[in-house]
Ligand binder design. Sequence first.
Ligand code: AGP
Length: 613
Amino acid sequence: MCGIVGYVGQRPVIDVLLGGLKRLEYRGYDSAGVAFFQDDLIEIRKSEGKLANVEKLMNGSRNSYPDARCGIGHTRWATHGKPTTQNAHPHRTGHVVLVHNGIIENYQEIKRDLISRGHKPQSETDSELFGFLVLEEMENGLGLFEAVRKSFSLLEGQCSVVVMSEREPGTVVGVRNGSPLVAGLDPNGGAILASDAQPILEYTNEVFFLENGDIALCSQGGIQFFDLKTGKKLNREKTKLDWSVDKIDKQGFDHYMLKEIYEQPAALVDTLNGILDRIKTDPFPLAAQPGVKLLDQAKEIIFVACGTSWHAALVGKYWIERLARIPVNVELASEFRYRDPVLNPGALVVGLSQSGETADTLAVIREVKAKGIPTLGITNVRGSTLSREANSVFYTSAGPEIGVAATKTFSTQMLVLLLWAGYLGLKKSNLEELFHDIVKLPHQIEDALSESNGMVAAIKDAARGLQKAKGFFFIGRGFSFPIALEGALKLKEIAYVHAEGYAAGELKHGPIAMIDQDMVVVVLAPQDSWRDKTVSNLQEVKARGAKILAVGGGLDQNLKELSDFWIPLAPSTEALLPFVMTTVVQLLSYELAVLKGTDIDKPRNLAKSVTVE
Ligand code: AGP
């Protein structure tokens, strides 16, 4: 997940690029850079670390190249290659300079071919390789636009690029295929491209949301859109972003909850940056912090939590036991504190609480700490009571969560627990691959949430079709079971609809008696080792008349045919599936709540932090 800006027009470009990148810095800040035309040559300034480092390289001033009017910029979240200056964008290949957001899946194959043709890539990135492809096409006589168009057809995966060439000063070409790209016309002349609308709103509130497979040609004269495959000109409608002050706060979303669902990729990026030491070599170690020592010593882990945090801990149990073979118990804080539980030597008690202020969770931490048992906190709030009272703390970095329903804090809690499982498991087995996958997670969630992916539209359809249902069961096995619990909680919490989460195998031990044609069963059956068993349970409720909303792998035709409503998931490794499914149950509850007209951000009877027992 990276941020891209491209501009050509009448304004000093350095100011436009640095101002735009500042607004996109939430998308990644491993490294950053800008490239701009000085006369007919392109200059590049880039650095590892935050954007401020690039600002320093511009003689500390955004006005240092006042005559430059055309350029591109980038703020990076590293997926291929470490966050170094060499790997930072823009990348230059001869006279071609580019920035890229997303992943080129067939980069190894492309790299092999390029090397066999005598090219020498300088960075570890997949991005740089695209420059060689464009350069070759231009050397063969194509102009920049056609060279980009042709080269892009060789890429597999979801990404966007913005490209310039010294052969065509004043031209910026952008392609969207998966990763977002938005365009706007500068009223002073020229055009701007960016990864979201924020940098553009500074100049105009009329924007063009590029669709997948669009290629944009920007010049002093404005912007034109074409079909990437056919090269035919397209008419793209402008969208007027008429944002009230309240909406600006919600960044255009109707509710904080929706905004926070869409903030999950950025929250995952920030949390990864906080917990992993990504400067070190792969697989990335956890950043040195006192809590790591407590983890190392744990012979058994006991999580105490409430509500959504309890669900995150349940997912963590599956991961830690599976990958690290350390016994894990997950306890409801309100039960644990009055149960007089047995605490074995070597036990580590972990309080999991986004607010860090939940009364029951804090009470457990205090009590076990008084007994000399080591305690750890995982919280989103720096300085919260949990962070001060536990022996040590790990932070999620989800940013402020205003909606009462926990969304991005849940994903980031799961992420911390997956990192723990990976870290503890690494000592015992070979889990390098897992860390490589985790680094791609924010990008994967961003793709899943993008309108063009199909998942979001399917969820909206399902919500419309199911809004009159009298009740819901959410079922799943393995990692999907806690996500089923979370789906049911979300639906109760914000839509006030009765819902229960169940382990799929448990339905026939009682609740199946409730199944009839007015009951909806949401079946979480992604392509994992539990899929077939869950589908058998689906058959049992379908035979009794339940309406089936199935969530599964996009290519799972059998599952699709068994369902009344179908939500396809993009391909994902098994460890990352809970994150993708989480976005489904969150959005499903949200859409149903919108149709019911409830107070989504402030559901009745609830509070964001529950400071009473
Ligand atoms: C989740 O949507 C709820 N608002 C609620 O269940 C919450 O997770 C629970 O109250 C625990 O809060 P905490 O994470 O701040 O401890």
